[in-house]
Write a protein that binds this ligand. Structure first.
Ligand SMILES: [Zn+2]
Length: 210
């Protein structure tokens, strides 16, 4: 009963709240109006990076680039529903758990939240599967001035298996915000295979040029 009332209130709010992008029309699609939703830089294709096929919802273009930036760095958390729904609109394989791209404790302290963990929780709720974080990320050093190989090594060293996480899943979905070279997905995926995952899928909100 309480849930249906909450649902009703939420629906009601959506229909009267203005679109998050244009502030003119009312929200119809996950916080956006019809026009703004349709005009997003939809991509909905798979990109191949580091021998991984990564499903991507958008091109990393306006206004998705701004949305991701403000969601990530300016606490504009009201975009999380839009971002979660964009990933859910992809043809995703059936998996047993969602693995959000981890961020280091330092970044977490600075930012106050892991933006992809929030999106993962929203997706997990709808898909009725757990969020799984068996890998932790150590200090993220700046990548500037490093060669391609040094960057790869640098990223791989950042990820370590969390010995306190005892749950195991075989088929999982990694989610991240922007894929560029795909090296962090590659590093995370390598450790997931070490944890006996047999199928590791990946989906990103937006694909940028490598
Ligand atoms: Zn709009």
């Amino acid at each position: 009963m309480l849930q249906s009332i909450q649902h009703f209130i939420q629906k009601g709010m959506q229909s009267v709240s203005p679109c998050l992008l244009c502030s003119i029309d009312r929200q119809q699609h996950h916080s956006l109006c019809n026009d703004c939703w349709e005009q997003l830089p939809w991509f909905k294709q798979v990109v191949d990076r580091h021998e991984h096929s990564i499903s991507c919802a958008f091109h990393y273009d306006f206004p998705i680039d701004r949305i991701i930036q403000s969601y990530k760095y300016e606490q504009q958390l009201h975009y999380q529903n839009l971002l979660a729904q964009s990933l859910l609109s992809l043809r995703l394989a059936r998996v047993q758990a969602i693995v959000p791209m981890p961020i280091s404790v330092e970044r977490l302290k600075d930012r106050g939240y892991n933006q992809m963990l929030l999106v993962a929780h929203m997706m997990a709720k709808q898909l009725r599967i757990p969020v799984w974080q068996p890998v932790i990320r150590q200090v993220q050093h700046a990548q500037k001035g490093l060669s391609r190989l040094e960057r790869l090594e640098n990223i791989e060293q950042q990820f370590i298996i969390d010995p306190t996480e005892k749950r195991r899943f075989r088929k999982v979905l990694i989610i991240d915000d922007v894929v560029t070279t795909g090296s962090s997905i590659h590093a995370l995926s390598t450790l997931l295979h070490q944890l006996h995952c047999t199928q590791v899928y990946a989906a990103c909100i937006a694909a940028a040029q490598p």
